[in-house]
Write a protein of this length. Structure first.
Length: 305
């Protein structure tokens, strides 16, 4: 049976997934959003493959025992960089520290993300999901790209979501001032924007030796949404979580995208775990995507090269 394009993601999630045992010894991986769920499982796999690590997280106390475990178990270098991705200033400081400290970055993985059932705003008055899931990962990536180019061949992986299918980007109303906010719409808009800028960055990176791809990490147990109210948390714990899988599934997929030689020159793709997939039609609108890129540059305070 031939599935409609928009439903292929349902089939792809059940297909056999690719894996790799490629060594990452001597490489440095920078991973944001990595103290729980998918990010934590990914850290352990990267470390087991020999990669040195920079953990970018909001809570240092939570990261310290993870750092100790990774060093003792895998004998790799592990650094902690504290940054709240709701703050552009924090993101800039984190990127500045990394650039000053590390002469080489081989892999950048942005797995930081939130889902909010309420409309919240950051200190700059921008809707919080749009900030954390898109703008801050965009800013962090842009700031580190010069070092990634110097370190080429190198790879960027943006942890995206099939949730991008829930909503397009409304550039004249990213803050939901003139439309009803729901968690799915806010999350979907942020992930669509992130995908659109992946295509733009891919065009800019051609010939540089730096690849950029996006990955849906699968329906696995994560801490995303833990910032929501007690009803949401109760429903997630007692209902939703029973249908979710172990984060190791996601970690294996991300490790494959980060390390496998087969993907050395593959860029500008969206993966459902390890299956190359066509994203939603609205996320492939390159005219709107260029406008999203320009607006993102403006919102995070970057100038065009």
């Amino acid at each position: 049976m031939k599935w409609p394009e928009e439903l292929n993601f349902m089939k792809n999630s059940r297909l056999p997934q690719k894996e790799t045992s490629a060594s990452m010894k001597g490489l440095l991986s920078v991973v944001s959003g990595s103290t729980s769920g998918v990010g934590l499982a990914t850290l352990k796999l990267l470390a087991s493959a020999g990669s040195d690590l920079v953990i970018v997280c909001r809570n240092k106390e939570k990261a310290l025992p993870i750092q100790e475990e990774l060093i003792q178990t895998y004998h790799v270098h592990v650094d902690i960089v504290v940054a709240d991705f709701s703050s552009f200033e924090d993101v800039r400081k984190a990127a500045e520290y990394i650039l000053q400290t590390y002469p080489k970055i081989d892999v950048l993985i942005n797995s930081v993300g939130i889902h909010s059932t309420k409309k919240l705003f950051n200190e700059d008055g921008i809707e919080l999901c749009f900030v954390v899931n898109h703008l801050s990962t965009f800013l962090f990536t842009k700031l580190l790209i010069p070092r990634l180019k110097e370190s080429a061949p190198s790879r960027i992986i943006q942890i995206n979501s099939e949730g991008h299918r829930f909503s397009n980007v409304k550039l004249n109303d990213v803050n939901f001032k003139h439309r009803i906010y729901t968690g799915l719409k806010g999350y979907g808009q942020s992930k669509t924007a992130q995908l659109m800028t992946v295509w733009e960055l891919n065009d800019q990176l051609k010939g540089s030796g730096v690849t950029i791809n996006a990955c849906h990490p699968g329906a696995v147990k994560t801490a995303i949404g833990s910032n929501n109210g007690p009803l949401y948390r109760w429903y997630f714990k007692h209902v939703t979580s029973h249908f979710l899988k172990d984060p190791i599934i996601s970690a294996k997929a991300i490790y494959y995208l980060a390390a496998d030689p087969e993907l050395k020159d593959v860029s500008g793709r969206f993966y459902n775990l390890t299956i190359d997939e066509v994203p939603a039609k609205h996320a492939r609108d390159r005219i709107l995507g260029k406008q999203v890129y320009d607006q993102s540059m403006k919102l995070v305070g970057l100038n065009h090269d």
